[in-house]
Write a protein that binds this ligand. Structure first.
Ligand SMILES: C[S@@+](CC[C@H](N)C(=O)[O-])C[C@H]1O[C@@H](n2cnc3c(N)ncnc32)[C@H](O)[C@@H]1O
Length: 233
């Protein structure tokens, strides 16, 4: 696979990667003890009042590029912890000249717990998260009840988590973990974003690869319940 052999600063085509202003490196984040940061401050001043959405595990950045072009009045932050993918995706977004995308090099759970203010996002996109299929690795899965509680804190009331996977076992696991926090979220059917291509669910790199292999897909939306509904049980 091309990206696996990508060097630190060169693309596979020998071109120098430049994350520009799009890429937020680990060394640009303050010490985590400092507390939440102003994420909108990463965007130009005239864009800071726009709605903010998050994508976790952006991979090569295809969803961010497709969706942010269609929705210039939304700011998008991607999180990617694999340095080679982060550099590749940030370089791509920079070359597309997208003023509404920032990509942070961080582990999602750590970043959200330590840096993200409450009610920061109106939507969190998680497409084809690593399924960790072996039973002894299930504990590494991103989607777990405590993580859903973390996402609840950073979503606005009515905000959504959008989940898609090709792995039926992981989807069952997601469903079970969502049921553990049923007081926090309502579950809705998945609706395809406008940026998806003909016949696609979302149109990420992994979806396109798996579609060629004929795999089925599973998806859901979790909507953050309003505070009143939560206290009412
Ligand atoms: C299977 S790939 C899917 C990439 C992309 N969403 C797609 O559909 O093409 C999962 C991506 O999530 C990233 N990832 C996995 N766990 C993560 C975490 N805890 N924090 C940030 N990124 C993560 C991986 O490095 C990888 O790029």
């Amino acid at each position: 696979m091309l990206i696996a052999v990508m060097g630190d600063s060169l693309s596979t085509h020998g071109r120098r990667l430049d994350v520009g202003r799009v890429g937020i490196g680990r060394d640009e984040l303050p010490p985590f003890e400092t507390g939440p940061i102003d994420l909108q401050g990463w965007f130009d001043p005239d864009r800071r009042a726009l709605p903010l959405e998050l994508e976790i595990g952006s991979g090569k950045g295809t969803f961010l590029i497709q969706q942010s072009r269609l929705c210039p009045q939304v700011n998008y932050i991607g999180i990617e912890y694999a340095r080679a993918f982060w550099r590749h995706a940030a370089d791509r977004c920079r070359r597309h000249g997208l003023p509404n995308v920032r990509l942070v090099h961080a582990e999602a759970d750590f970043f959200i717990r330590n840096y993200v203010p409450a009610a920061a996002f109106r939507c969190v996109h998680i497409y084809f998260p690593d399924p960790w299929p072996k039973k002894r690795h299930h504990k590494r899965r991103l989607i777990q009840a405590p993580f859903l509680r973390s996402l609840h804190r950073v979503l606005q009331p009515g905000g959504t988590i959008r989940l898609a996977t090709d792995h039926e076992g992981y989807f069952t696991w997601m469903t079970e973990h969502a049921a553990q926090v049923v007081e926090l979220f309502d579950r809705l059917p998945f609706d395809t974003p406008a940026s998806a291509g003909e016949g696609e669910l979302v149109g990420t790199n992994f979806e396109r690869k798996y579609r060629r292999e004929g795999r089925p897909f599973f998806a859901m939306v979790l909507t953050r319940r309003p505070a009143a509904a939560i206290s009412a049980g």
